[in-house]
Design a binder for this molecule. Structure first.
Ligand code: NAI
Length: 342
């Protein structure tokens, strides 16, 4: 069913990797390399079904192609998933075996960390291949830079909507307080935003709430918090037929990949009068950092490229209003034009 799977979008290569000695089971999906090598993180997750892992790899790798193209990077899109519970099934040997599989792709795919994997894991990958970003000897954990990019995107959208990008007193609901969400919460709290936060990990939610002065909401209620902005920073597909009608915010802007359950939910948000910053635009800050090694630019250039996220947000929001179309559709078209032309 792979070639007719709904998430299969003409991917160039999808590779299944196993290693009996370490129990490694992984999928590497290379979506498109017309702009350059496919760069994308490795997610480790205990998927309920193998089909979920395949769908995740296909959707995430496709989003990376769009993300790189919209960020103006000479990179393609790819992503990998390791099937397993990061808390129980990790070992340096497993990541070394995975590193050998990445190396066998000869640079066509460049890996980095994602949900469930860390800088330490990428260091183990690095012992077997040079085609890895986000290692301790390189840029390290990109999450704070992802959060910085989300904040840039959020302020640009808020400025577009209200004329001001001052976050003082603005009410922001953050779903997921992991590497990116917690970092975003700290940055917003420094800027005076009033936060309501949620995580399925209640200890984490409590510690971030105490640190940032946020109030807490339950995981099933955070999307309908009485706030101005909703920032999804957990897993994807949270914006769907059930949650969109319940939103009370004016703006959705967060780090999670693949926030729209279906492409049509971009239009559903527009129809409800909710401004949506396309996820792969808002969360490109980490990719821009990880790409430094592969594309050879320095930290200052990475900051400049992240700052340009604001310009792209402004352009896309303005064009969406002019044309009466969903921001997600506009972003997709711009990205597609870029990688189709290459
Ligand atoms: P993480 O694994 O560190 O954090 C995710 C957090 O979400 C965890 O604390 C988890 O307990 C929580 N969570 C899961 N389901 C939840 C739910 N239903 N309600 C509330 N909380 C829930 O992951 P990280 O790195 O912070 O990434 C977050 C999202 O941003 C992911 O979708 C990831 O793909 C995306 N992203 C991350 C980047 C990065 O630099 N780390 C870059 C671009 C995108």
């Amino acid at each position: 069913t792979l070639f007719t799977a709904p998430d299969f979008d003409g991917h160039e290569r999808v590779i299944f990797v196993t290693d009996a000695a370490t129990g490694l089971r992984a999928i590497v999906a290379i979506h498109n390399t017309s702009l350059g090598p496919a760069l994308g993180g490795c997610r480790m997750w205990s998927y309920a079904h193998e089909a979920d892992a395949i769908a995740d790899a296909l959707r995430l790798s496709r989003a990376m192609t769009y993300k790189a193209a919209l960020a103006g990077l000479a990179l393609g899109g790819g992503k990998s998933v390791i099937l397993g519970d990061p808390a129980r099934h990790k070992s340096p040997e497993l990541f070394r075996a995975f590193g050998r599989a990445v190396d066998a792709l000869g640079g066509r795919y460049i890996v980095a960390e994602d949900v469930g994997t860390t800088v330490e894991d990428m260091d183990a990958v690095r012992t077997q291949t040079s085609h890895v970003g986000g290692i301790s000897a390189g840029v390290g954990d990109p999450s704070p830079k992802t959060a910085a990019g989300v904040l840039i995107a959020m302020k640009a959208a808020w400025r577009h909507m209200t004329g001001s990008d001052c976050m003082d007193g603005v009410r922001v609901a953050i779903q997921g307080l992991g590497h990116v969400g917690a970092s975003l919460a700290r940055m917003l709290s420094v800027e005076g935003a009033r936060l309501v936060v949620s995580d399925i990990d209640t200890d984490r939610a409590q510690s971030v709430a105490v640190e940032t002065g946020a109030t807490r909401a339950s995981p099933d209620a955070i999307h309908r918090a009485d706030a101005d902005i909703f920032a999804p920073c957990a897993m994807g597909a949270g914006l769907d037929d059930a949650t969109i009608p319940e939103l009370r915010v004016r703006l959705v802007c967060g780090a999670a990949n693949n926030q729209l359950a279906k492409a049509r939910h971009g239009e559903a948000l527009r129809a409800r009068g909710v401004v949506y910053v396309p996820d792969y635009l808002a969360n490109a800050g980490g990719l821009i950092e990880v790409a430094r090694t592969a594309l050879g630019y320095d930290a200052a250039e990475a900051d400049a490229r992240r700052a340009r996220i604001a310009d792209t947000v402004g352009e896309i929001l303005a064009r969406a209003e002019r044309e009466g179309r969903a921001t997600s559709d506009i972003a997709d078209r711009i990205a597609e034009e870029r990688f189709a032309r290459a």
